[in-house]
Design a protein around this ligand. Structure first.
Ligand SMILES: Nc1nc2c(ncn2[C@@H]2O[C@H](COP(=O)(O)OP(=O)(O)OP(=O)(O)O)[C@@H](O)[C@H]2O)c(=O)[nH]1
Length: 356
């Protein structure tokens, strides 16, 4: 499908949602969809190292990483504004900029940063909020403030509907409707979203329409409640820790599988790129662990890419030293890696198999 190029200000769309909901998957789908839309990308990760930058498709017109923690707090508004300013310059020739927030970012803070950007080249293009259909109830029970995040969204994607029954999906839609009666709510699988939605989010692009008024009300309300620092409005990332791990040494597949299958207490998310030195398995393995599901894909290393491992582990109340030790224990060292031991990892190449 081809998309008509926008003129004038460039819409900046926020893509948010809890850890592992599928934000990078959506982004990669949009980038590979062949829509003709030129998409600039800003990625932000909770950890100091941006794994998402490694996982975003190579075919990006403009990609910038904002590292060192959630954009909503640690990265200052000025650097985001500078990055957006560069991407929306006419010379960049972009039709839309998508900011993929970290899975623990506060959407309200991000919306404020984009709407406050002082340039007439930037148009706030709206908030796309993803939820993981299977994990939604549990996540919301742990983090009630997710209801406030959904309230700010223009489009809510109920992703991973392949993992739930139609009734479950309908019940998630109903809960979302209870949080936000005006947003469009769509079910998706593997983040398949029509790229045209990016420049035509419902009720977002009008400068002075009712949704804009509603948005400022919501932001003001969010701000006021935030000041009260009640439990609901603690930042999502409060209490979460991340541990980054990088090594040029190959990992041992069984040791990594053990970490993914039985992660240290509190770990919710593991993601990264992994190098094994097994015959026939020297490719670029991308591994994901999200709330008990493990998924592995393999591709070739780029010609200029040095095979190395980079992993990030994120969890609440984790013992950082224990996680670091568990990560270090995945290095193969003297252990030999044969085809047989690779089965411990390749069995998860089947989409989203549960750890067993
Ligand atoms: N079964 C299934 N798996 C999915 C779907 N969408 C994404 N995934 C998988 O979910 C895992 C996490 O996806 P990501 O796109 O990395 O999630 P994310 O929201 O960017 O993660 P963070 O940036 O860590 O918050 C990956 O293994 C994806 O392949 C889906 O619709 N169905």
């Amino acid at each position: 499908m081809s998309v008509v190029r926008t003129r004038g200000p460039v819409p900046v769309v926020l893509l948010a949602g809890f850890l592992g909901a599928g934000k990078t998957t959506v982004l990669n789908h949009l980038l590979r969809s062949g829509s003709g839309l030129r998409i600039g990308v800003v990625v932000n990760d909770f950890g100091a190292v941006s794994i998402d930058a490694l996982l975003v498709s190579g075919a990006v017109d403009g990609a910038v990483t904002l590292g060192n923690g959630c954009i909503c707090c640690t990265t200052d508004a000025d650097s985001l504004e500078t990055v957006m300013g560069e991407l929306v310059k006419p010379a960049a020739g972009l039709d839309v900029v998508v900011i993929e927030a970290s899975g623990l970012a506060e959407p309200a803070a991000l919306v404020r940063m984009v709407t406050a950007a002082h340039t007439d080249r930037i148009l706030y293009g709206g908030l796309i909020y993803l939820v993981d259909a299977e994990q939604f109830d549990d996540t919301r029970a742990r983090h009630p403030q997710i209801g406030h995040h959904i309230a700010l969204a223009d489009l809510v994607l109920v992703n991973k509907t392949d993992r739930v029954s139609a009734d479950r999906a309908a019940s998630v839609h109903e809960t979302i409707r209870g949080c936000n009666a005006s947003a469009a709510v769509l079910s998706t699988t593997h983040g398949v979203l029509d790229p045209a939605m990016l420049i035509d989010l419902p009720d977002t692009v009008a400068d002075d329409g009712p949704r804009q008024l509603e948005l400022s009300d919501l932001l003001a309300e969010e701000h006021a409640e935030h000041d009260h620092a009640d439990a609901d409005h603690a930042h999502l990332h409060d209490g979460y820790q991340s541990v980054d791990f990088a090594t040029a040494a190959p990992l041992h597949p069984r040791a990594l599988a053990a970490l993914l299958e039985r992660p240290p207490v509190g770990v919710y998310r593991v993601k990264g790129v992994v190098f094994f030195d097994a015959p026939g398995h020297r490719g670029r393995y991308v591994v994901h662990g999200v709330g008990g599901h493990i998924n592995v894909t393999v591709s070739r290393w780029a010609a200029d890419e040095q095979p190395t491992t980079q992993l990030t582990v994120i969890g609440a109340g984790v013992d950082v030293d224990e996680v670091r030790a568990a990560l270090e224990a995945t290095v193969a060292g003297d252990r030999s890696t044969d085809r047989q031991s690779m089965l411990a990892i390749t069995r998860y190449q089947q989409q989203g198999r549960r750890a067993s």
